[in-house]
Design a protein around this ligand. Structure first.
Ligand SMILES: Cc1cc2nc3c(=O)[nH]c(=O)nc-3n(C[C@H](O)[C@H](O)[C@H](O)COP(=O)(O)O)c2cc1C
Length: 259
C-alpha cells in the first residue's frame, strides 16, 4: 500500500485513535480509586468542619476512623437501620427513589423539599467511651438553590456545637454570606430547643439583642439576604422537628446514645 494512499491514511488515523482511546480509558480507570478517595475525604471534611474538632494537620480520614461512628436513622421510627452502609448511603439518590423516599405533608414542609429519604446518616463523634457531639445532615430551599449543610449538637442534644453549609448556589455577597465565618461563629453555644423540647432556634430579620432572654435561641439575620436567611431558619426547624430528626433526638434524650 502506497504511503499516501487513502487506505493507509485511514489505517494510520484508526491506529492513532485506538492508541489514544486506550490511554484515555486506562488513565480514567487508574484515577477512579483516587477520585473515590478524594470524594470521601471531602465528605469527611464537610462533616468534621462543623464540629470544630479537626485540628490543622490532622488527617480527616484518621480522625474519622478513630472518632466517628456513622449510623443510618430511620426517621419515622427513630431507630437505627442496618439496611445500608451509612458511609456509602447517598441521601440525595435516596430522595429520588420512590422505595426509599416519602412525601412530606405540605403543612410540615418548612424546608420546601416535597419529599425526603426515609433513612439518613448521622455521625456520632466520640471521645473515648463518650459521645461528644452528634452531627446531622440538614438541607432545604434558600432563595435560588437547595442549601446543604451539617448541624453539630453537643452531647446534651440541645446546644449547637457548630453549623455550616457545604453546597448551595445563593448569590455571593448576599445569600452567599451563609458561608461567612463571622456569621457562622454566632452559632456555637446557641440553644436549638427550649426546656419543653420545642425547636426554638431562629435566624432573626435584624440583629440579636444580647439582653433579650430569647437571645440564646437567636442568630443575626443577613442584610440583603432575608430570603436565604429565612430558608436557613426554616430548614433547621424542619430537620429538628417532628417530621425530621425530632423523634430520634427525643429517643436519644430518653435512652442515651446507646439505646
Ligand atoms: C441579583 C440579585 C441576587 C439576589 N440574591 C439573593 C440571595 O442570594 N439571597 C437573598 O436572600 N436575597 C437575594 N436577593 C435579594 C432578594 O431579592 C430580596 O430582596 C432580599 O432577600 C430581601 O432581603 P432584605 O429585606 O434584607 O433586603 C438578590 C437580589 C438580586 C437583585
Amino acid at each position: 500500500m502506497a504511503n499516501d494512499s487513502v487506505g493507509r491514511t485511514f489505517l494510520v488515523a484508526f491506529l492513532v485513535c485506538f492508541v489514544c482511546s486506550l490511554l484515555v480509558s486506562g488513565t480514567a480507570a487508574g484515577l477512579r480509586a483516587k477520585k473515590e478517595r478524594d470524594a470521601l475525604s471531602i465528605h469527611y471534611r464537610n462533616v468534621l468542619r462543623v464540629t470544630g474538632l479537626l485540628t490543622p494537620g490532622t488527617d480527616p480520614a484518621d480522625f474519622w476512623r478513630e472518632r466517628v461512628e456513622a449510623r443510618l436513622v430511620e426517621l419515622d421510627t427513630a431507630q437505627y437501620s442496618e439496611d445500608f452502609d451509612p458511609n456509602t448511603f447517598d441521601p440525595q439518590r435516596a430522595a429520588g427513589d420512590s422505595a426509599l423516599a416519602r412525601a412530606i405533608p405540605s403543612q410540615a414542609d418548612l424546608a420546601g423539599l416535597r419529599s425526603r429519604p426515609r433513612l439518613l446518616p448521622v455521625y456520632l463523634i466520640r471521645e473515648g467511651d463518650e459521645v461528644r457531639q452528634l452531627v446531622l445532615p440538614v438541607y432545604g430551599k434558600g432563595l435560588w438553590s437547595t442549601l446543604h449543610g451539617y448541624l453539630a449538637l453537643e452531647a446534651d442534644l440541645v446546644t449547637v456545637a457548630g453549623f455550616g453549609f457545604y453546597d448551595h448556589a445563593e448569590t455571593p455577597g448576599l445569600g452567599g454570606e451563609i458561608d461567612n465565618p463571622r456569621w457562622l461563629a454566632q452559632w456555637p453555644g446557641k440553644q436549638a430547643f427550649d426546656e419543653q423540647g420545642q425547636v426554638r432556634i431562629e435566624v432573626l430579620r435584624g440583629q440579636v439583642d444580647a439582653a433579650d432572654p430569647q437571645a440564646r435561641f437567636q442568630v443575626d439575620g443577613l442584610s440583603g439576604a432575608t430570603m436565604t436567611a429565612r430558608g436557613v431558619g426554616n430548614l433547621l426547624r424542619y430537620w429538628l422537628g417532628a417530621d425530621g430528626f425530632g423523634p430520634y433526638l427525643e429517643r436519644l434524650r430518653r435512652e442515651g446514645f446507646h439505646g
